[in-house]
Design a protein around this ligand. Sequence first.
Ligand code: KG4
Ligand code: ZN
Length: 356
Amino acid sequence: FLHKVVLGIETSCDDTAAAVVDEAGNVLGEAIHSQTEVHLKTGGIIPPVAQQLHRENIQRIVQEALSASRVPPSELSAVATTTMPGLALSLGVGLSFSLQLVGQLKKPFIPIHHMEAHALTIRLTNEVAFPFLVLLISGGHCLLALVRGVADFLLLGKSLDIAPGDMLDKVARRLALTKHPECATMSGGKAIEHLAKQGNRLRFDLTPPMHRAKNCDFSFTGLQHAVDKIITQKEKEEGVEQGQVLASAADIAAAVQHTTACHLAKRTHRALLFCQQRGLLPPHNAALVVSGGVASNFYIRKALELVTNATQCALLCPPPRLCTDNGVMIAWNGIERLRAGVGILYDTEGVRYEPK
Ligand code: KG4
Ligand code: ZN
């Protein structure tokens, strides 16, 4: 191989994922094992359960990605693995597996920051130069950052409480959407997007969070509690027990999705104006990259499009399969770090590993 090829491994939360990606951005092999079904049954992720499932699957998933790629392990340029942030027990499985692997193969090891990987994924599919603004919205994270380089981020805003995906998951659970015939196997956010299409968002009045705060931070618990109250009231009115699907579920889904979209769009608008006014981003054609599981929501993308149109920016989203957790983004981040020559660590011989 003339160019760099990296094996990426991701186990930060509830997906065991691996991929082999080359320097040109070709995905040579890919495999993923999702634990969603198990966690849906228990109503949330139980860390030791997630750890056990990662242990049971990691060997097979890495093997599948490698076999599909037809790249002999000896030809790999490096192994890149998510080491933070995430569930400690889950991260540990990927880390110990990877350290053993790089020890055997005598390959460089590249620890990956999960959010950096989400942010840089766009550079695999599109030609996007630094600097750009990134909005990362998933089940565990919510942040706005100026990306000045591969490992050079300026944090502009974050959630003061929970992430939007977490809030949508909690609302979906409260609405018992897994009992809804159309949404049984969907993630909370996806189920809400699906139902919202059939709903009327104007039936319920929800105030966008922090609408007077002069910063780029986010908040979602207030919204969650407001929706909770509406659900309790509707259960009474409809004579439905908690845990059963309400007749007004679609309207509630539409209202919460709309309010979430407004909140995300307003904070992002502030961040774009801030960066443009200070010369941190070019005044025209700056890129807003939106990624993370919640970025696969098309209603939220539409709201963000209004903001990028108003600020003469380009809205860029990785394809949905690259927005949720995956091994490709980790492998690609490894490629980016190899090319930039930053953060490459070695294990066993020659060799140091310093988790930050
Ligand atoms: O990035 P991701 O796979 O995992 C992390 O949280 O890091 O994101 C998962 C989150 C879940 O909360 C899920 O409900 C949400 O993304 N999500 C969505 C959609 N698809 C997944 N939220 C809104 N609309 C969707 N279509
Ligand atoms: Zn993620």
